[in-house]
Design a protein around this ligand. Structure first.
Ligand code: ADP
Ligand code: MG
Length: 360
């Protein structure tokens, strides 16, 4: 049996209000060494405030924060930020303009000169900036500055790395490569990472665990696969992609839809339900298109719709439909180029195993 990695960060029941409004409400988190947790949520939901309390630059109204088991914030206790052994990285990198790259990276190192030079050299090597030590930040590109900021934050071997939207200042084109290299380095250093982002793609790419946040609370947490494929509610599903919503009324644990009756157990007779499906899980039945239904059991009953609009997005095409059944509007995503003209009649199938049923 393998020994689980030690818990580096434990946050329990954290609370912070501004002007009587709870911006962070009863938030709890645990991150082990070598693990990347992404705090994901819309702008204004309290992500940065949470990070700032863990860093110690913001006081909590209630709750506890432990680093490596030691209480750093709690009732009557507030350890200063510089004594918490946390690495910080923000969107604007905040490099010291009057210090060289090597001096920036070595800034937080409280060791002798030889050890500092060794660690700075090692990190510059790791972030692919060997030979940049004597340059000043203004002479570097955005991507290079990001790597200096990362090296500086990692230099003192922090127990926890706190990263607030660290890639949003970068060009789209650069970002994926920078994210991947950053992730490799964080894993090598085996620090616990809390990365704040409002971009689901970034969280899916970086996280071992996603903590989905809304209105100051964590509404769902889990591996990217689980959070994407088993959302707790409609808003959680909608945060990751466009969604289709089929509305109905449950009766005898069944709800009628354009695709036949769906099992909706646990919903009372007469209760409104919403069946949610992502566009990529609606299939267009090309083989039998227009000729009539001939369903396979897992697809259930096909449904007929009329194309309203088709758009090509590069990797996929999006096709909007008005369904025959009660004029329901649905959007299907089709890989590659598929641009049927408005007015075209097609049959749609639904991946029932990919539908989510929620009460309203
Ligand atoms: P996020 O990082 O998720 O975008 P923040 O944690 O920065 O959100 O902010 C959450 C909410 O708290 C926002 O409505 C913001 O205006 C408010 N807020 C943050 N800091 C302060 C402050 N020092 N004083 C008053 N309101 C604040
Ligand atoms: Mg923020």
């Amino acid at each position: 049996m393998s020994i689980p990695p030690p818990l580096r960060l434990e946050v329990s029941h954290l609370l912070r209000s501004f002007g009587g409004r709870a911006v962070v409400a009863d938030l709890s988190l645990r991150i082990a060494a070598g693990q990347v947790t992404c705090l994901l949520g819309p702008s204004g939901c309290g992500k940065s405030t949470t990070l700032r309390m863990i860093a110690g630059v913001e006081h909590a109204d209630a709750g506890e924060i432990r680093l490596d088991g030691a209480l750093v914030a709690g009732p009557g206790r507030h350890v200063a930020p510089e004594q918490r052994s946390v690495g910080l990285m923000f969107q604007d990198f905040a490099l010291f303009p009057h210090l060289t790259v090597a001096e920036n990276v070595g800034f937080g190192l409280r060791v002798d000169r030889a050890a500092r030079l060794r660690r700075v050299g090692e990190l510059l090597e790791k972030v692919n900036l060997h030979g940049f030590g004597a340059k000043f930040p203004h002479a570097l590109s955005g991507g290079e500055q990001q790597r200096v900021a990362l090296a500086r934050a990692l230099a003192p071997r922090p127990r926890v790395m706190l990263m607030d939207e660290p890639f949003s200042g970068l060009d789209n084109r650069l970002r994926d490569g920078v994210r991947d290299r950053t992730l490799e380095l964080l894993k090598e250093e085996a620090t616990a990472v809390l990365l704040v982002t409002h971009e689901p793609d970034e969280a899916m790419r970086m996280a071992d665990e996603i903590a989905l946040m809304r209105d100051g609370r964590i509404v769902q947490r889990g591996a990217p696969y689980n959070v994407y494929n088993a959302p707790v509610d409609k808003a959680a599903a909608a945060f990751f992609s466009d969604i289709n919503v089929i509305r109905g009324v449950s009766k005898g644990a069944l709800t009628d839809t354009p695709f036949g009756a769906f099992l909706t157990p646990g919903h009372a007779d007469g209760a409104a339900v919403e069946i949610v499906i992502r566009p990529q899980h609606l299939r267009i039945d090309f083989d039998r298109g227009g000729k009539g239904p001939n369903p396979t059991p897992e697809d259930g009953t096909p449904a007929r719709g009329t194309v309203l609009r088709s758009r090509y997005l590069g990797r996929e095409s999006l096709v909007d439909f008005a369904m025959d059944y009660e004029g329901a509007r649905l959007t299907a995503s089709v890989p590659g180029v598929f641009l049927p003209k408005p007015g075209t009649v097609l049959w749609l199938m639904i991946r029932r195993d990919r539908c989510f049923v929620f009460g309203v």
